[in-house]
Design a protein around this ligand. Sequence first.
Ligand code: NA7
Length: 657
Amino acid sequence: MRDETALRAALADADIAPQLMVLVQLTGDLEILDEVAPHIHGAWSFLESVPPALKQKVADHLVEALQDCAVLDRPAPPLPPSETLQRMMSGGVGQTVPEEYIPLLVEETRLGPEDPRAVHWQRDPVGLPIQDFRVVIIGAGIAGLGMAVRLKEMGIPFTILEKNPTVGGTWLENQYPGCAVDTPNHFFSFSFNPNNKWSRHFSQRPEIHRYIEDSFDKYDIRRHVRFNVEVTEARFDEAAGRWTVALRRADGGVESLSCNALITAVGQLNRPSIPPIPGLDDFRGPMFHTARWDGSVDLKGKRVAMIGTGASAVQTGPSIAPEVETLVVFQRTPHWAMHNPNYHKAVSPGNFWCLEHIPYFGKWLRFQLFWAGSDGFHASLQRDPDWSQPALSLNEANHKMRELITDYVRKELDGDEALLAKVIPQYPPYGKRMLRDNYWYRMLKRPNVVLETTPIERITEHAIHMRDSTVHEVDVIILATGFQASKMLAPMEIVGRGGNTIRQAWGDDDPRAYLGITAPGFPNLFMIYGPNTNLAHGGSIIFHHECQVRYICQALREMIEQGYSTLEVRQDIHDAYNHLLDEKCAGMVWTHPGVTSWYKNKANRVTVTSPWRLLDYWKLTQHFVPEEFRAGKPGQAARVPGQEREAVAFAGQLPVS
Ligand code: NA7
């Protein structure tokens, strides 16, 4: 290390766990691991009580190790054996990291020298008809970007169709004040493109959007995107094994494209849900949805109404409350919101420096955050049939969480029990999406903020009328009312084999797919962020996208290498998977009686959210299994590759945790 002073200053300020991990990795010194580990009580950086003298010892040893590396010009040390890694990881997060997670963690953090999520050709690509294969991706958000990067690596030609004038998807469209990520940023980023420059642990929208834009440029994907074109219809021609994609240009003109494989990367949360409140259209003042924020409306000094108290509302409300004259929040059902001490914090200068200059620091930080926010809560979201308070919670751990959050909220509300009773849900924590407290409760205590919990009766030209005859005169209405999540792929008309449409297959709001990626009747169609792939217990949606992208790349590889013109998941495989999925959801918090959320459809079926642990889904999508599909070659009927097998014993394959 050239600049020891800067290094020492950074280490004095940086998180101890990643420092320790780097040290152990560089030196193999497990003694210091054993010395420090007992003082680490959890994966979040604030859950350690390492004595200053011990921190200094770690720093001194690390300075020495880094100097040795630099002086000896040593190559990166080989990956420690799995047992050592497990010991290191467990020590680093103060919990036992089960052995089964190690391969996933090594992959997610890219601790090894390879890029394990890259899909390589199994046959010599020279001579394969790769250039004749055309892929269309719909959507230039995070999912479309991740897909494009991998297709590019494989040399498969593709075009991205994007309805917006630029990239970013949900991070472009949601421009409401306070919009931010609530997954820790250092793992809310592609595993192949980590970002050392996040300014905050949970960054604001502009920074995330910039990351997406930079990634499009870094991988030179932008030139593959056609902007301002909205896909209206996609129709499959079985004989040709191709999709014809109809699109509408901004000038109103229409055209069509043909491709072998169609990949939807349109997100789940981009069609605003406008509440059917009587009189909504009669309102004379500005009224807009959070995802269609009207920046031309100056809220300063205005009487503002905000309908909804979900994730968008808890970010918007505290951001506008200080400037508006009054803010009336209309809560239909309260949400649970957790406190995280890092939520509003900037990344410390020490961490920032170490991320930039110390090899592996970022990888170990990513590991730590992944562990902090992944499968830890999954077990506590399962219903205990013998639990004594089933209306309020699911099991002992879930009940403890209820009590912890309630205590926290009580403090935030200065012991205002009347307000507390209004904001603490009657359903178990995690029944709806768990929010991060963005000073929401403090906001409710402001003199210019009113929490209204009576149902809305109707809206008139200048006011919102409540069922108890209260009238709130307002100047502006903000609809923080969420999205039509279950109406997946709408409003596109997707016409599959035999002229059947996706709406016929799914109805208005009952989407199903195998692994959330592919559906029978729709050959050569793959979805990213499809049915039951949203994450609600933890994790980063980018992680899930990467799982899906790898799987899709393997499917396309199979098509190209085997010369298949069609690839369609078997109905029995799809049905068995969905049966298991429904069974799994039935025991989980989202189906708790009395909870409504965007995770479910009108029939109370969970359509959006995944019931699997991240580990399970990672395993399920790790290897494309050709026998689960029917494949067709030009001029031949589709069949199951290899021998004709009946339904594979799926229950045995699916990890049911
Ligand atoms: P959400 O989480 O779906 O929240 C929508 C909110 O709007 C929620 O509080 C709803 O109450 C409320 N709502 C919806 N319709 C009405 C009507 N008709 N009357 C009163 N209140 C209503 O959407 P967000 O945009 O906040 O977050 C969506 C996701 O985007 C988020 O989880 C992140 O993943 C990103 P309810 O709870 O249904 O009683």
